[in-house]
Design a protein around this ligand. Structure first.
Ligand code: TRP
Length: 338
Protein backbone atom coordinates (compact mmCIF):
# COMPACT_ATOMS: atom_id res chain seq x y z
CA UNK A 1 0.00 0.00 0.00
CA UNK A 2 1.52 3.25 -1.13
CA UNK A 3 1.25 6.28 1.11
CA UNK A 4 1.22 8.72 -1.78
CA UNK A 5 -2.20 7.61 -2.99
CA UNK A 6 -5.27 9.47 -1.83
CA UNK A 7 -7.44 7.64 0.65
CA UNK A 8 -10.92 6.36 -0.02
CA UNK A 9 -13.24 5.07 2.63
CA UNK A 10 -16.21 3.24 1.21
CA UNK A 11 -18.86 1.39 3.14
CA UNK A 12 -22.19 -0.40 3.05
CA UNK A 13 -24.55 -1.72 5.63
CA UNK A 14 -24.65 -5.53 5.56
CA UNK A 15 -28.05 -6.24 4.07
CA UNK A 16 -27.06 -9.70 2.80
CA UNK A 17 -26.73 -10.71 -0.81
CA UNK A 18 -26.27 -7.74 -3.10
CA UNK A 19 -28.31 -6.90 -6.18
CA UNK A 20 -27.56 -5.34 -9.56
CA UNK A 21 -28.42 -1.91 -8.15
CA UNK A 22 -25.44 -2.22 -5.76
CA UNK A 23 -23.25 -3.34 -8.65
CA UNK A 24 -24.18 -0.44 -10.91
CA UNK A 25 -24.54 2.21 -8.22
CA UNK A 26 -21.48 1.49 -6.12
CA UNK A 27 -19.41 -1.65 -6.61
CA UNK A 28 -18.32 -1.01 -10.20
CA UNK A 29 -17.13 2.38 -9.07
CA UNK A 30 -15.19 0.98 -6.12
CA UNK A 31 -13.47 -1.52 -8.38
CA UNK A 32 -12.61 1.18 -10.92
CA UNK A 33 -11.08 3.36 -8.20
CA UNK A 34 -9.06 0.72 -6.38
CA UNK A 35 -5.87 1.20 -8.38
CA UNK A 36 -5.70 4.98 -8.25
CA UNK A 37 -6.58 5.31 -4.58
CA UNK A 38 -5.84 3.54 -1.38
CA UNK A 39 -9.19 2.17 -0.44
CA UNK A 40 -10.65 0.89 2.85
CA UNK A 41 -13.86 -1.14 2.53
CA UNK A 42 -16.02 -1.00 5.59
CA UNK A 43 -18.89 -3.32 6.51
CA UNK A 44 -21.08 -1.09 8.65
CA UNK A 45 -22.49 -3.79 10.93
CA UNK A 46 -23.06 -1.49 13.92
CA UNK A 47 -24.92 0.91 11.64
CA UNK A 48 -27.32 -1.92 10.82
CA UNK A 49 -28.53 -1.78 14.45
CA UNK A 50 -29.94 1.71 14.00
CA UNK A 51 -32.98 0.32 12.20
CA UNK A 52 -33.00 -3.35 13.23
CA UNK A 53 -32.08 -4.91 16.57
CA UNK A 54 -32.40 -8.46 15.29
CA UNK A 55 -28.79 -9.56 15.00
CA UNK A 56 -29.37 -13.21 14.09
CA UNK A 57 -28.50 -12.63 10.42
CA UNK A 58 -25.89 -9.95 10.90
CA UNK A 59 -22.82 -12.17 10.67
CA UNK A 60 -24.10 -14.20 7.73
CA UNK A 61 -25.21 -11.03 5.95
CA UNK A 62 -21.73 -9.59 6.44
CA UNK A 63 -20.13 -12.69 4.94
CA UNK A 64 -22.56 -12.69 2.01
CA UNK A 65 -21.68 -9.08 1.34
CA UNK A 66 -17.94 -9.77 1.43
CA UNK A 67 -18.41 -12.61 -1.03
CA UNK A 68 -20.28 -10.30 -3.41
CA UNK A 69 -17.65 -7.58 -3.06
CA UNK A 70 -14.86 -9.99 -3.90
CA UNK A 71 -16.87 -11.60 -6.71
CA UNK A 72 -17.45 -8.15 -8.21
CA UNK A 73 -13.72 -7.54 -8.32
CA UNK A 74 -12.66 -5.93 -5.05
CA UNK A 75 -9.06 -6.98 -4.53
CA UNK A 76 -8.38 -7.46 -0.81
CA UNK A 77 -4.63 -7.38 -1.43
CA UNK A 78 -5.00 -3.75 -2.48
CA UNK A 79 -7.79 -2.73 -0.17
CA UNK A 80 -8.56 -3.98 3.34
CA UNK A 81 -12.08 -5.33 3.86
CA UNK A 82 -13.27 -5.20 7.45
CA UNK A 83 -16.20 -5.10 9.84
CA UNK A 84 -16.74 -1.92 11.81
CA UNK A 85 -17.57 -3.95 14.93
CA UNK A 86 -14.11 -5.55 14.95
CA UNK A 87 -12.22 -2.28 15.26
CA UNK A 88 -13.09 -0.80 18.64
CA UNK A 89 -11.69 2.62 17.77
CA UNK A 90 -14.89 3.33 15.80
CA UNK A 91 -16.87 3.48 19.03
CA UNK A 92 -14.20 5.56 20.77
CA UNK A 93 -13.99 8.17 18.06
CA UNK A 94 -17.77 8.16 17.77
CA UNK A 95 -18.01 9.17 21.42
CA UNK A 96 -15.57 12.04 21.01
CA UNK A 97 -17.26 13.23 17.82
CA UNK A 98 -20.65 13.15 19.54
CA UNK A 99 -19.46 16.18 21.56
CA UNK A 100 -18.76 18.14 18.38
CA UNK A 101 -22.20 18.26 16.79
CA UNK A 102 -25.49 19.61 18.12
CA UNK A 103 -28.65 17.56 18.34
CA UNK A 104 -30.37 20.30 16.31
CA UNK A 105 -27.90 19.71 13.47
CA UNK A 106 -28.57 15.97 13.51
CA UNK A 107 -32.33 16.48 13.63
CA UNK A 108 -32.08 18.52 10.44
CA UNK A 109 -30.40 15.62 8.56
CA UNK A 110 -32.59 15.05 5.47
CA UNK A 111 -31.51 11.40 5.13
CA UNK A 112 -32.84 10.75 8.63
CA UNK A 113 -36.12 12.51 7.84
CA UNK A 114 -36.57 10.34 4.73
CA UNK A 115 -35.89 7.18 6.71
CA UNK A 116 -38.34 8.10 9.44
CA UNK A 117 -40.97 8.70 6.77
CA UNK A 118 -40.21 5.61 4.65
CA UNK A 119 -40.05 3.23 7.60
CA UNK A 120 -43.06 4.81 9.32
CA UNK A 121 -41.06 5.30 12.49
CA UNK A 122 -42.86 6.86 15.43
CA UNK A 123 -39.89 7.14 17.71
CA UNK A 124 -36.21 7.54 17.18
CA UNK A 125 -33.43 5.95 19.21
CA UNK A 126 -30.46 8.06 20.23
CA UNK A 127 -28.11 5.90 18.15
CA UNK A 128 -30.12 6.47 14.99
CA UNK A 129 -29.96 10.23 15.50
CA UNK A 130 -26.21 9.76 15.81
CA UNK A 131 -25.92 7.66 12.63
CA UNK A 132 -23.88 10.32 10.78
CA UNK A 133 -21.58 10.74 13.80
CA UNK A 134 -20.62 7.07 13.64
CA UNK A 135 -20.21 7.42 9.89
CA UNK A 136 -17.89 10.39 10.46
CA UNK A 137 -15.81 8.19 12.75
CA UNK A 138 -15.76 5.46 10.06
CA UNK A 139 -14.39 7.86 7.50
CA UNK A 140 -12.02 9.93 9.61
CA UNK A 141 -10.41 7.03 11.50
CA UNK A 142 -8.82 6.16 8.15
CA UNK A 143 -8.43 9.82 7.18
CA UNK A 144 -10.63 9.18 4.17
CA UNK A 145 -10.33 12.05 1.70
CA UNK A 146 -12.79 10.72 -0.86
CA UNK A 147 -16.02 8.86 -0.13
CA UNK A 148 -17.85 7.21 -3.06
CA UNK A 149 -21.53 7.39 -2.22
CA UNK A 150 -24.99 7.83 -3.66
CA UNK A 151 -26.91 11.08 -3.52
CA UNK A 152 -28.71 10.15 -0.30
CA UNK A 153 -25.42 9.98 1.63
CA UNK A 154 -24.16 13.45 0.75
CA UNK A 155 -25.70 15.05 3.88
CA UNK A 156 -23.69 12.57 5.99
CA UNK A 157 -20.45 13.58 4.30
CA UNK A 158 -21.32 17.22 4.96
CA UNK A 159 -21.76 16.46 8.67
CA UNK A 160 -18.45 14.57 8.59
CA UNK A 161 -16.73 17.66 7.16
CA UNK A 162 -18.23 19.85 9.88
CA UNK A 163 -17.06 17.46 12.60
CA UNK A 164 -13.55 17.30 11.13
CA UNK A 165 -13.39 21.09 10.99
CA UNK A 166 -14.68 21.43 14.55
CA UNK A 167 -12.13 18.92 15.86
CA UNK A 168 -9.25 20.57 14.01
CA UNK A 169 -10.23 24.04 15.27
CA UNK A 170 -10.51 22.86 18.83
CA UNK A 171 -7.49 20.58 19.17
CA UNK A 172 -5.30 20.99 16.12
CA UNK A 173 -5.10 19.68 12.58
CA UNK A 174 -5.63 15.92 12.65
CA UNK A 175 -8.33 15.21 10.05
CA UNK A 176 -8.89 15.92 6.35
CA UNK A 177 -12.25 17.23 5.17
CA UNK A 178 -13.52 14.41 2.96
CA UNK A 179 -15.27 14.94 -0.36
CA UNK A 180 -18.18 12.85 -1.61
CA UNK A 181 -17.68 11.21 -5.00
CA UNK A 182 -21.01 10.60 -6.64
CA UNK A 183 -21.42 7.49 -8.75
CA UNK A 184 -21.84 8.17 -12.44
CA UNK A 185 -24.87 5.97 -13.05
CA UNK A 186 -28.16 7.06 -11.55
CA UNK A 187 -29.75 4.44 -9.39
CA UNK A 188 -31.23 1.46 -11.15
CA UNK A 189 -35.02 1.31 -11.05
CA UNK A 190 -36.68 -1.68 -9.39
CA UNK A 191 -38.42 -4.40 -11.42
CA UNK A 192 -41.73 -2.96 -10.22
CA UNK A 193 -40.88 0.40 -11.77
CA UNK A 194 -40.10 1.92 -8.36
CA UNK A 195 -37.33 4.49 -8.00
CA UNK A 196 -35.12 2.21 -6.04
CA UNK A 197 -34.03 -1.38 -6.13
CA UNK A 198 -34.18 -2.73 -2.63
CA UNK A 199 -34.28 -6.18 -1.14
CA UNK A 200 -37.03 -5.28 1.29
CA UNK A 201 -39.23 -4.23 -1.64
CA UNK A 202 -38.60 -7.57 -3.42
CA UNK A 203 -37.92 -5.84 -6.75
CA UNK A 204 -34.31 -6.85 -7.29
CA UNK A 205 -32.11 -9.14 -9.33
CA UNK A 206 -29.38 -10.57 -7.10
CA UNK A 207 -25.78 -11.00 -8.22
CA UNK A 208 -26.19 -14.64 -7.21
CA UNK A 209 -29.35 -15.27 -9.30
CA UNK A 210 -29.13 -18.00 -11.95
CA UNK A 211 -30.03 -17.24 -15.59
CA UNK A 212 -33.36 -19.01 -14.98
CA UNK A 213 -34.09 -16.89 -11.91
CA UNK A 214 -33.20 -13.75 -13.82
CA UNK A 215 -35.57 -14.71 -16.61
CA UNK A 216 -38.37 -15.42 -14.18
CA UNK A 217 -37.91 -12.11 -12.38
CA UNK A 218 -37.61 -10.20 -15.65
CA UNK A 219 -41.04 -11.52 -16.67
CA UNK A 220 -42.53 -9.51 -13.79
CA UNK A 221 -40.79 -6.27 -14.83
CA UNK A 222 -43.04 -3.31 -15.52
CA UNK A 223 -43.02 -2.10 -19.13
CA UNK A 224 -44.99 0.64 -20.85
CA UNK A 225 -48.50 -0.03 -19.55
CA UNK A 226 -49.98 1.44 -22.74
CA UNK A 227 -48.30 -1.25 -24.83
CA UNK A 228 -50.93 -3.93 -24.34
CA UNK A 229 -50.51 -6.15 -27.39
CA UNK A 230 -47.25 -7.37 -28.83
CA UNK A 231 -47.38 -5.08 -31.86
CA UNK A 232 -48.58 -1.93 -30.12
CA UNK A 233 -45.98 0.84 -30.36
CA UNK A 234 -44.13 1.29 -27.05
CA UNK A 235 -42.41 4.12 -25.18
CA UNK A 236 -38.97 2.88 -24.18
CA UNK A 237 -38.32 5.87 -21.94
CA UNK A 238 -40.94 4.79 -19.42
CA UNK A 239 -39.90 1.12 -19.50
CA UNK A 240 -37.80 -0.48 -16.78
CA UNK A 241 -36.56 -3.19 -19.13
CA UNK A 242 -35.29 -0.56 -21.56
CA UNK A 243 -33.35 1.10 -18.72
CA UNK A 244 -31.67 -2.25 -18.03
CA UNK A 245 -30.81 -2.59 -21.73
CA UNK A 246 -29.09 0.80 -21.51
CA UNK A 247 -26.86 -0.50 -18.76
CA UNK A 248 -26.37 -4.15 -19.67
CA UNK A 249 -26.84 -4.15 -23.44
CA UNK A 250 -25.74 -0.75 -24.76
CA UNK A 251 -24.85 -2.04 -28.25
CA UNK A 252 -28.44 -2.94 -29.12
CA UNK A 253 -30.10 0.13 -27.60
CA UNK A 254 -30.77 2.07 -30.86
CA UNK A 255 -32.29 -0.99 -32.51
CA UNK A 256 -34.43 -1.84 -29.49
CA UNK A 257 -35.70 1.73 -29.29
CA UNK A 258 -36.61 1.71 -32.98
CA UNK A 259 -38.36 -1.66 -32.91
CA UNK A 260 -40.20 -0.95 -29.66
CA UNK A 261 -41.47 2.40 -30.93
CA UNK A 262 -42.58 0.92 -34.26
CA UNK A 263 -44.30 -2.02 -32.61
CA UNK A 264 -42.05 -4.59 -34.30
CA UNK A 265 -40.62 -5.76 -30.97
CA UNK A 266 -42.87 -7.31 -28.34
CA UNK A 267 -42.18 -7.17 -24.60
CA UNK A 268 -41.82 -10.93 -24.19
CA UNK A 269 -38.97 -11.17 -26.70
CA UNK A 270 -37.41 -7.96 -25.40
CA UNK A 271 -37.42 -9.28 -21.83
CA UNK A 272 -35.89 -12.59 -22.89
CA UNK A 273 -33.09 -10.75 -24.63
CA UNK A 274 -32.56 -8.47 -21.63
CA UNK A 275 -32.44 -11.45 -19.24
CA UNK A 276 -29.76 -13.08 -21.37
CA UNK A 277 -27.65 -9.90 -21.39
CA UNK A 278 -27.93 -9.38 -17.63
CA UNK A 279 -27.09 -13.05 -17.08
CA UNK A 280 -24.05 -12.72 -19.33
CA UNK A 281 -22.74 -9.73 -17.38
CA UNK A 282 -23.34 -11.56 -14.11
CA UNK A 283 -21.90 -14.91 -15.28
CA UNK A 284 -18.31 -14.24 -14.22
CA UNK A 285 -19.47 -12.68 -10.94
CA UNK A 286 -21.63 -15.72 -10.21
CA UNK A 287 -18.78 -18.05 -11.05
CA UNK A 288 -16.39 -16.26 -8.70
CA UNK A 289 -19.13 -16.17 -6.09
CA UNK A 290 -19.55 -19.94 -6.23
CA UNK A 291 -15.80 -20.47 -5.93
CA UNK A 292 -15.66 -18.20 -2.89
CA UNK A 293 -18.60 -19.94 -1.23
CA UNK A 294 -16.73 -23.20 -1.65
CA UNK A 295 -13.67 -21.68 0.03
CA UNK A 296 -14.96 -19.95 3.14
CA UNK A 297 -11.53 -20.24 4.77
CA UNK A 298 -10.27 -17.80 2.19
CA UNK A 299 -13.16 -15.40 2.81
CA UNK A 300 -12.59 -15.49 6.57
CA UNK A 301 -8.91 -14.94 5.95
CA UNK A 302 -9.68 -11.85 3.88
CA UNK A 303 -11.60 -10.47 6.86
CA UNK A 304 -8.89 -11.42 9.36
CA UNK A 305 -6.20 -9.73 7.31
CA UNK A 306 -8.37 -6.71 6.51
CA UNK A 307 -9.37 -6.28 10.13
CA UNK A 308 -5.77 -6.42 11.31
CA UNK A 309 -4.78 -3.76 8.76
CA UNK A 310 -7.75 -1.58 9.70
CA UNK A 311 -6.98 -1.92 13.42
CA UNK A 312 -3.39 -0.82 12.89
CA UNK A 313 -4.51 2.24 10.96
CA UNK A 314 -7.26 3.09 13.42
CA UNK A 315 -4.88 2.77 16.38
CA UNK A 316 -2.46 5.21 14.71
CA UNK A 317 -5.18 7.79 14.23
CA UNK A 318 -6.49 7.40 17.78
CA UNK A 319 -3.01 7.98 19.12
CA UNK A 320 -2.88 11.27 17.24
CA UNK A 321 -6.33 12.13 18.56
CA UNK A 322 -5.34 11.48 22.17
CA UNK A 323 -2.12 13.37 21.72
CA UNK A 324 -3.95 16.36 20.23
CA UNK A 325 -6.62 16.30 22.97
CA UNK A 326 -4.10 15.62 25.70
CA UNK A 327 -6.09 12.68 26.96
CA UNK A 328 -3.20 10.33 26.28
CA UNK A 329 -1.31 8.31 28.85
CA UNK A 330 0.09 10.55 31.53
CA UNK A 331 3.79 11.13 31.11
CA UNK A 332 5.47 11.08 34.53
CA UNK A 333 7.66 14.10 33.81
CA UNK A 334 4.62 16.24 33.11
CA UNK A 335 3.05 15.63 36.51
CA UNK A 336 3.59 18.61 38.68
CA UNK A 337 4.40 17.27 42.15
CA UNK A 338 4.50 19.90 44.86
N1 TRP B 1 -24.48 5.07 5.50
C1 TRP B 1 -23.99 4.26 4.42
C2 TRP B 1 -25.19 3.72 3.64
O1 TRP B 1 -26.23 3.48 4.20
C3 TRP B 1 -23.14 3.13 4.92
C4 TRP B 1 -21.91 3.62 5.59
C5 TRP B 1 -21.57 3.50 6.90
C6 TRP B 1 -20.85 4.32 4.97
N2 TRP B 1 -20.36 4.07 7.15
C7 TRP B 1 -19.89 4.58 5.99
C8 TRP B 1 -20.64 4.76 3.66
C9 TRP B 1 -18.73 5.29 5.69
C10 TRP B 1 -19.47 5.45 3.39
C11 TRP B 1 -18.52 5.72 4.39
O2 TRP B 1 -25.06 3.48 2.48
Amino acid sequence: MSDTKKRILSGMRPTGKLHIGHLVGALENWVALQDRYQNFHLIADYHALTTNLDTTELYQNSLDMVIDWLAAGIDPAKSPVFRQSQVKEHTELHLIFSMLVTTARLERNPTLKDQVRDLNMETLVYGHLGYPVLQAADILLYKGEVVPVGEDQVPHIEITREIARRFNNQWGEVFPEPEPKLTKFARLAGLDGGQKMSKSLGNTILLSDTPEEIQKKMRTAVTDTQKVRKNDPGRPDVCVVFSYHQKFNPAEVPEIRRDCESGALGCVACKLNCSAKVAAVLAPVRERRAALEADMDHVLDVLRTGEAAARAEAARTMEQVREAMKVGAVKTESINVR
